[in-house]
Each structure stands twice: as C-alpha cells, then as structure tokens.
Design a binder for this molecule. Structure first.
Ligand code: DGY
Length: 322
C-alpha cells in the first residue's frame, strides 16, 4: 500500500524529517524561506497531511484546493494561523504543540522582563557606540524587579510559569486577569491573586501578556489601556502581535505614558511597525521565546507524533477540533 503524502512547510530538524519518511511520502521545504501562499496551495493539492509552523496560514481558501487533506499539525502552541472553523467544516483535524515549550517560554518572558526593566539592550547600544565616558548616579537607572507587582494577562500554562518565577524567585506580588479564575490550589501554588483587567492595568509594575490571539483579543492593549498604566510600568508581550496596537504603544513609549516595553511578537511580523524602531525604551526580539534547541526539537517531535498517530489509526496527542 502506498504511503500517505505529507508536506513539511518549513525547514525542520533532519532527524524529524527522517522519522516522518518512515511513515510518509514527504515533500519538504528545504530552503527555510516561507513559500508564498500560492506555492503552499499548489503543493497541498495532492497531500493527505501537512506539518505547519505558525507562519503557514490554513484557511478556507487553502482547504478548497486540498481535497485530500485530513490533518494539519502545527509546530506551535498558538494556532491563530489556523481557521479552525473552516478546518472543522472541511473535516480537517488541527493539532498544536502545547506543554513542551511552557518552561522555556516562561524563561524567556522573564528574560525580556528583566532586560526591559533594567535597560540591558539600551545601555549596551550606548556602550558599543562609544558614548560611555563616566559613571553617573542616574545613568540607565531602571526599575526594580524584586518586590515589584507582576501583572499577568492570560493565565494559561505559560502565564503560570511566569507567576511562579516572579513569586518564588523574585518575591514579587503577582496579580493576574484571565477569562476564568484559576482553581484555589493553583492560585496558591502560583501565589497569584485574581483582579479585574482595569486593576491589573492600573497596579502592575511589570505587565506580561500571555493570552492567545483571536479576533476577540485583537488590540486588547491600545491607547486607552496604556493610559491606565503607571508611567513607571513596563509592558512585555510574548503572546501574539495583534494583541497590542503597536502604533499606540510606540506613541505611549515616546510620550512616557509607560516607561518601557519588551516585545517578542509583532502585528504583521516579520515586519515591525517603523515607529517602534525609533523609540529607545523598547527591547525588540524576533519571536524567539520558545527558541532553545531541545524545546524546538520537542515541538517538532510532537507535531510529527500527531501526524504518525493520526495515520496509524491512533488518537492524536494534542487535537484542537477532535
Ligand atoms: C508558539 O508556539 O505559539 C510560539 O509562538 C512559536 O514559537
């Protein structure tokens, strides 16, 4: 019997491709440049499954040209690149890659928080530019992390990881807002208190965004929300770009409505809003929160496991629309 045909839309670990080749006829993108939408659609015409990353959009238009497609396995926990309703209507299963990246992503959220609060990159650029001539009492004075109030918007697994780091490691007071409140045991373990969104905005010294992106969370943080924050506050976004109105944020940073921001994700990435590139008080990183080799390998392996399970008659491990 012939093997099912799958497409791997982006370059991934050779060992994961080799494993998939044991089960499938594989076509893969070896160049690590995103295919255009038209190229992706052309290649999906005869495929039974696809291995995607967060940059590959699967929606009704794509599904219409891929009549054999049965499963899309995303190598990301976020799946806003999937139109889940269109996939369900077409009888196509989506899977994502949760859990395996939780701690690595929480580590990075904290790294970005610390770099932002303590002005690490801004001061490094100053030094490299040869501008450091003397010690001065207020040179690159930032804000404290220990003992400060850590706000978390979106209290899923990654949010909880950030809460634990803040509360247990840095003695921070942790507050959070989420669609639903955590059960008491988990709140106690994270040492986190539930507050309204307005209170979160008004009282956080460092506010970390970890909520999933959907049309409902589009521009959750815009000019009105930034205006509620403390002028000394920092805002960290490791969730998805569209959650923050980047133009409003750049204006708030320039006007010192808030003190600083750390952003790993951008609306329309890899393009970055030009206004963000010209304000000094923002740390910018290219969507690398889950980027350690062991974690990326675990994410790719989980996506591969989902494909293998599905086509060998087992239950996929992390289905989104079973
Ligand atoms: C995810 O898993 O959603 C990350 O953003 C991809 O690195």
């Amino acid at each position: 019997m012939s093997k099912p045909k799958i497409l791997i839309a982006r370059a991934i670990f050779p060992e994961v491709i080799a494993r998939l080749e044991q089960y499938f006829e594989v076509e893969s993108n070896q160049n690590d440049e995103s295919w255009s939408r038209a190229q992706l659609m052309e290649r999906l015409k005869d495929k039974d499954g696809v291995f995607t990353t967060g940059t590959d959009r699967i929606d009704g238009e794509v599904l219409a040209v891929a009549p054999r497609l049965k499963i899309c396995a995303n190598m990301a926990v976020g799946y806003n690149n999937f139109d889940i309703d269109a996939m369900t209507a077409a009888g196509v299963l989506g899977t994502n890659a949760p859990d395996v990246l939780t701690e690595t992503t929480a580590d990075f959220g904290f790294a970005l928080l610390m770099a932002t609060a303590r002005r690490v990159t801004e001061s490094e650029h100053y030094l490299r530019a040869g501008k450091w001539t003397r010690w001065s009492y207020d040179m690159f004075a930032g804000s404290d992390i220990h003992g400060a109030t850590l706000g978390i918007l979106g209290m899923g697994r990654i949010g909880q990881g950030i809460a634990r780091r803040g509360a247990h490691g840095f003695g921070m007071k942790v507050i959070y807002h989420n669609r639903s409140r955590l059960e008491a045991g988990l709140e106690a373990e994270c040492r986190a208190s539930y507050v309204s969104k307005d209170e979160l905005l008004k009282t956080s010294d460092h506010l970390v965004l970890v909520l999933p992106y959907s049309p409902a969370s589009h521009h959750t943080i815009g000019a009105a929300e930034l205006a509620l924050m403390k002028p000394t506050a920092t805002l960290i976004n490791i969730a998805r770009g569209g959650i923050v109105d980047d133009a409003a944020l750049a204006a708030a940073l320039r006007n010192k409505t808030i003190a600083a921001a750390g952003l790993d994700v951008f609306e329309g990435e890899p393009k970055v809003h030009p206004d963000l590139l010209t304000v000094p008080n923002v740390v910018l990183t290219p969507h690398i929160a889950s980027a350690t080799m062991p974690t990326r390998l675990a994410m790719a392996s989980l996506a591969a496991d989902n494909l293998i399970a599905f086509f060998t008659g087992k239950s996929p491990l992390t289905p989104l629309n079973p």
